[in-house]
Design a protein around this ligand. Structure first.
Ligand code: NAD
Length: 358
């Protein structure tokens, strides 16, 4: 099969880590008989430098016409003091909006061979952990009505609104159920239904939608405060977690910390179509850019997610995961995950070793 991928290298370490992911994708293509065509487009700081805005029209057009998009990272010291509406991050928000992406999927995976990097006790994580947080991305309190005034109790006040429709909840539940079908067939839906009306609708809708459309999926509920505790108490109990924008924002950062290695974590954003945006969760790491020392694994795993979730290539996804596992098991590490007695390699060497394992 032929797949057209837009690569948004971005800034800082973006080009290095994307080059690593391409190396691995090419190895997958060779082994499984696929052709991946890459079109590189500008986003973020490099786009501001080239054409004065973080998201040029031809980038948007190319992304919309592609089978999927791989993004490195945007931002850096050079653009830190730009006016708010032409900052590099505006490019990210813009492309998510243009592509109609309303879900963010962040697997926080702690590989067995990196268990010691976790800030949690070794016994809690020694068998590895994978918490996949499916976060609603375009609704809830971040996008609800808000305001401020100066008449409450004689002083200033401000308010925000958490609002969800059945349609918004159903479509994010569908994404979580589709993912769970390929895994444990269980989702944990996180809310605050003991207090919030919007959470009560969330809970009812998740159950009704899953029961009607995905009878093979088991749905459990967990209150958000309890979830925050359980992630550090017993992270291995989780698989797919579905939740609102606000709760997902907080819990996905907490879960990422459990793994202890930001250079290993990928994420995807999906909407109604199969065309998604795949990226590492870390930023452009300007402090190490251009030195060939960044860890490319998060971006390589983002490319693997693209194969599975946008192209339906599960065996190819597994091939990449297994290759990463073998390379880690062989004792090779980039600087950020370095441990005593291991062999330290750079970004391009790490990608080459993973590609060779495919
Ligand atoms: P960062 O994630 O770029 O870096 C945090 C720390 O982790 C740094 O010490 C960095 O060297 C290290 N690090 C990150 N990725 C690594 C990798 N793959 N291998 C090895 N080490 C790695 O976060 P920051 O320093 O807060 O932000 C830097 C820039 O990135 C800022 O301009 C910020 O706005 C931007 N940013 C972009 C995104 C994105 O594009 N999605 C996300 C977060 C931050």
């Amino acid at each position: 099969m032929n797949y057209n991928i837009v690569v948004l290298d971005g800034d800082g370490i973006g080009p290095e880590i994307c080059a690593g992911a391409i190396k691995v994708l090419d190895a997958v293509g060779k082994k499984f008989g696929h052709t991946f065509n890459y079109t590189h487009k500008l986003i973020g700081g490099c786009a501001i430098d080239a054409c004065g805005k973080p998201l040029p029209e031809d980038t948007v057009e190319a992304c919309l016409a592609s089978d999927s998009v791989l993004l490195g990272a945007v931002g850096g010291y050079k653009w830190d003091n730009m006016p708010v509406d032409i900052r590099p991050e505006k490019g990210l928000l813009g492309i998510r909006k243009a592509m109609g992406l309303y879900s963010n999927i962040r697997p926080a995976k702690l590989w067995k061979s990196l268990a010691k990097a976790s800030p949690l006790k070794y016994e809690l994580v020694k068998d590895g952990v994978e918490i996949i947080i499916v976060r609603e991305l375009t609704g809830g309190i971040y996008f609800g009505e808000r305001g401020k005034g100066s008449t409450l109790d004689g002083g200033d006040f401000a308010w925000d609104t958490e609002k969800y429709s059945v349609k918004e909840i159903e479509r994010i539940t569908k994404i979580a159920c589709e993912l769970a079908l390929k895994r444990s067939k269980k989702i944990i839906s996180v809310d605050k239904a003991n207090v919030l009306e919007s959470s009560r609708l969330w809970r009812k809708t998740v159950h009704e939608f899953a029961a009607k459309n995905y009878p093979e999926i088991t749905v459990e509920d967990m209150l958000v405060d309890n979830t925050a505790m359980q992630i550090v108490k017993n992270p291995a109990q989780f698989d797919v977690v579905v939740t609102s924008n606000l709760f997902g924002d907080i819990l996905s950062d907490e879960a990422a910390q459990v793994t202890g290695s930001i250079g290993m974590l990928a994420s995807s954003s999906l909407g109604d179509s199969k065309c998604g945006l795949y990226e590492p969760i870390h930023g452009s790491a300007p402090d190490i850019a251009g030195k060939d020392i960044a860890n490319p694994i998060a971006t390589i795993l983002a490319a693997a997610m693209m194969l599975r979730d946008s192209f339906g290539l599960s065996a190819e996804y597994a091939a990449i995961e297994n290759a990463v596992q073998s390379v880690l098991d062989s004792g090779v590490r980039t600087g950020d995950i370095m441990e005593e007695g291991m062999k330290k390699v750079g970004c391009s060497e790490m990608a080459k070793l993973i590609a060779e394992q495919i």
